[in-house]
Design a protein around this ligand. Structure first.
Ligand code: NAD
Ligand code: UD1
Length: 337
């Protein structure tokens, strides 16, 4: 599919907005559906500035089954990319009902509307969080799934539900993408990671320290079994991640139902917390004061992806390194200030 109408639920969010731009660049016609729970209101205007064409937006909540049907009725969508979800691990522990309602109930509403309106392809935002503490590195798609929190459990339930649907409806094309740790921003500096809810992920926190909005970064443990004692993750540039979605949609179209896939999206390289701090310091020229505090509950020592299946199934290989991720994040932060 080099053109096609694609509904992006949660399309005004961090990942969705970058995928919107990648799809426009590749000749698709994406439409955003979002309730702006965790997205800035000016995101559609910023996207318009970049693309030079109006950004179609449906303001709706995926918990509203009738609204999902209305969004898809007669709209001629070829596919849905389902980003809309709640993603805070601590909030998922205190509010399991809310998390299951949006992440699982919302997904059911979206797929029900797809079925009713003949939309037969879906790409689903899953997470490396489904693996929990994997036994061996790199993490392959065959690794055991052992989610450690309710957020990760809702993602795994979503995957299993979609797999059951695809089994019952062989014409359904299903792409499940397990993201590792997305970082960075669009080269325009207009779109980046800018949540309206408080964020606790590493690079957004480092960025706030670099901007002088927090006095220091808390390093969650330096007693991990890693070379410098801090935990290791597979950070992937948001531009690479966005391209992975275009390839996923194309695989579903080119291969029909048989193009279905479940793949990791990562770089295959791990970086420690201290490496990320050093890199951000280098690209920003700002000091990042930090302090070691005890480990955060539920964290793993090391997590990085085996990327071979994504290459084999989608022809996906990450292109950008950590310096490009930190550099584009810093450019976005400064442009926004
Ligand atoms: P985000 O919060 O920036 O984007 C999610 C979007 O969904 C937001 O724009 C939000 O307003 C919208 N949304 C939330 N609830 C909604 C509802 N009930 N109805 C309609 N819209 C709703 O998060 P993101 O980082 O862009 O993540 C996108 C997807 O990728 C999510 O499913 C997330 O779980 C998954 N994911 C993210 C990461 C990450 O590190 N960012 C890692 C793995 C997986
Ligand atoms: C976290 C979530 C995961 C989710 C992912 C993307 C947890 C346990 N896991 O992954 O479910 O899919 O975000 O949203 O929350 N760190 C610090 N200080 C900080 C922040 C982070 O030292 O202030 C460390 C963490 O301990 C970790 C690394 O930085 O080792 C990356 O953390 P983070 O960005 O939160 O991502 P994950 O924990 O990998």
């Amino acid at each position: 599919m080099t053109s096609g109408r694609v509904l992006l639920t949660g399309g005004a969010g961090f990942i969705g907005a970058h995928v919107y731009l990648a799809l426009v660049d590749s000749g698709f016609e994406p439409v955003i559906l979002d309730n702006f729970h965790n997205a800035r209101r000016d995101v559609p205007d910023r996207l318009t500035q970049i693309t030079g064409r109006p950004t179609p937006v449906i303001e709706a909540d995926i918990r509203d089954e009738a609204a999902m049907d209305q969004a898809m009725r007669g709209a001629g969508f070829d596919a849905v990319i389902h980003f809309a979800a709640l993603k805070s691990v601590p909030d998922s522990q205190s509010d399991p009902l809310g998390y299951y309602q949006v992440n699982v109930g919302g997904l059911i509403n979206v797929t029900r509307a797809m079925q009713a309106n003949g939309v037969a392809r879906i790409v689903f935002s899953s997470s490396a969080a489904v693996y929990g503490e994997a036994e061996a590195m790199p993490v392959t798609e065959e690794s055991a799934v052992r989610p450690q929190n309710n957020y990760a459990r809702t993602k795994l339930v979503g995957e299993q539900f979609l797999a059951a649907l695809a089994q019952a409806e062989p014409q359904l094309g299903l792409g499940i993408l397990r993201y590792f740790n997305p970082v960075g921003a669009h080269p325009s500096g207009l779109i980046g990671e800018d949540p309206s809810q408080p964020a606790g992920n590493l690079v957004p926190v480092i960025a706030q320290v670099a901007m002088g909005r927090r006095d220091r970064l808390m390093i969650f443990g330096d007693d991990w079994p890693t070379p410098d004692g801090t935990a290791i993750r597979d950070y992937i540039h948001i531009e690479d991640l966005a391209r992975g979605h275009v390839l996923s949609l194309q695989a579903l179209t080119d291969g029909g139902g048989s193009g279905s896939h479940l793949v990791n999206l990562g770089t295959g390289r791990g970086h420690s917390v201290r490496e990320v701090i050093a890199c951000y310091q280098q690209v920003s020229g700002q000091p990042i004061p930090n302090q070691v505090v005890p480990r955060r509950g539920g964290d793993a020592a090391v997590s990085y992806a085996d990327t071979r299946l994504a290459d084999q199934k989608l022809g996906f290989r990450a292109r950008y390194d950590l310096a490009a991720m930190c550099g584009s994040n810093w450019a976005f932060m400064r442009a926004k200030a």
